[in-house]
Design a protein around this ligand. Structure first.
Ligand code: GTP
Ligand code: MG
Length: 148
């Protein structure tokens, strides 16, 4: 079963949206298997966003993501990578559908509330960047049999 890396960004932590965001993924039926509140170091931020190195917004992206605590998570479930991207909405909150997380809570691209891995390869890379293997739990819930 698929896993993805999701992160409540510093703007959303400041705006008290951790619970709201976690609730959406819980209610969808996905399973939280790892989570921590942390402040990202500059080297980690640069590694995490390495695909954007050299772009005009790279420095401001790194300084934003290191500007305050984030809530880093690993979520598990069928098709969790693509479905959670749908739940997040488009990168620019102005283009994100109302009903999506960015559509409901975001206003501008550089304060867009949440990060989510965009492919199985980036999920694997990002999960291992933020979590040790023993921080990711394996557990059953009785409700699992009603989900799929
Ligand atoms: P993440 O989940 O954060 O990776 O967002 P994304 O996958 O929807 O977008 P992408 O990976 O293309 O960009 C990473 C982040 O860089 C975005 O979430 C934005 O915060 C920021 N970003 C992307 N494009 C721009 C831009 O044109 N200007 C600015 N200021 N920021 C941008
Ligand atoms: Mg991205």
């Amino acid at each position: 079963v698929e896993q993805t890396f999701l992160m409540v960004k510093p703007d959303a932590v400041q705006r008290n949206l951790i619970g709201e965001i976690v609730t959406r993924f819980e209610r969808k039926g996905f399973k939280l298997v790892a989570a921590k509140l942390m402040t990202i170091s500059e080297p980690l931020a640069k590694q995490h966003y390495q695909e954007h190195d050299g772009k005009p917004f790279f420095d401001s992206l790194v300084s934003f993501i290191t500007s305050g605590p984030v809530f880093a998570m690993v979520w598990e479930g069928e098709q969790v990578i693509s479905v959670s991207r749908k739940m997040m909405g488009k990168t620019n909150p102005q283009d994100a559908e109302i009903g999506s997380i960015r559509g409901d809570f975001g206003i501008v691209t550089h304060r867009n509330i949440i990060h989510g891995s965009d492919s199985p390869e980036s999920a694997e890379r990002e999960i291992s960047l933020f979590f040790e293997k023993d921080e990711i739990l394996t557990y059953e819930k009785n409700i699992d049999i009603w989900l799929t």
